[in-house]
Design a protein around this ligand. Sequence first.
Ligand code: DGL
Length: 261
Amino acid sequence: MNTQPIAVFDSGLGGLTVLRALRGRLPQEDFFYFADTRFLPYGDRPETFLKQRGVLIAEALAKRGAKALVIACNTATAAAAEAIRAAIDLPIVALEPGVKPAVGQTRCGVIGVLATTRTLASERFQRLVGNHAAHLKVIPVACPGLAEAIESEGPESAVVAGLLDAFVAPLAAAEADVVVLGCTHYPWVAEAIARRMPPGVRLLDTGEPVARQLERLLSAGHLLGGGHGRLAVATSGAPVTVNATVNRLWGENLPVEHWEP
Ligand code: DGL
C-alpha cells in the first residue's frame, strides 16, 4: 500500500473541477491540490515561462512525496507536459482539450473549442486538431480574462456574463453542436455557456476521462489505495483570498495553506 498523496496542480482553482472527478472515482485516495495563484492567468504567459514554472512545480511536488501527478490545466499541459515528463519519474496524467471525443459526438461536423490564448496557439493543439479533426470545422475561441474573472468576480458575476456573451456568440453563429471546454476553469460556468447555445448542444470537459486514466496508471504501477480520502489545498498566492474563492466554488470550507514550490 502506498500512503503518499496524488498531486494535482493548476494555475488557480480551475483544476478543482478535475479534482472533483478524481475524488469521485478514487474516494479513498489522498490528494494534494496546488493552485499557482501568484501566476494566474497562465493563459497570457509565454511558453518558456510556463515550461520552467511547470517543471519547477512538478519537481517540488515529487520531492514533497507525491505518488502521481495530474496536470489539471490545459495551458500548462500545452506548454510544459513534455518537459515535465522528462524531468520527473512519476506517473503523470496531462489533460488536453477534448477534441477527440468531440469528433465522435458531433453530428453536423462543427466543433467549438473554448480555451486560453496560450493553449490555442500551442503546437500541441494544432497537432491535436490536425490529427483528429482535420476533416471537420473546428472553431477555436480564445477567452482572455475569463479564468481570472471566474475566480475574482465569481461564476455568476456580470463581468463573467459579459465575457461569455462575447466568447460564446461565434460558436452559436457557426451552429456548433459540440463545445469543448478546453480550460479547467470553464466547467464552473458550463450552465451559463449552455444557456447561450441552442438546446441540445453538448459541452465536453475532461474530468471523467482524466480520472479513468489516473486510475489505470495507479493500478498498473500498483499504487492504488493506502489513503484516507484526505484533501489538502495550497496556493502560491494569498491563502485568505484563495480560501474564500475555494469555499465559494467548492461549496465547502477547505483550509488553504501557503506553499512555494
Ligand atoms: N485552468 C487553466 C487551463 O485549463 C488556465 C487558466 C489560466 O489562464 O490560468 O487552461
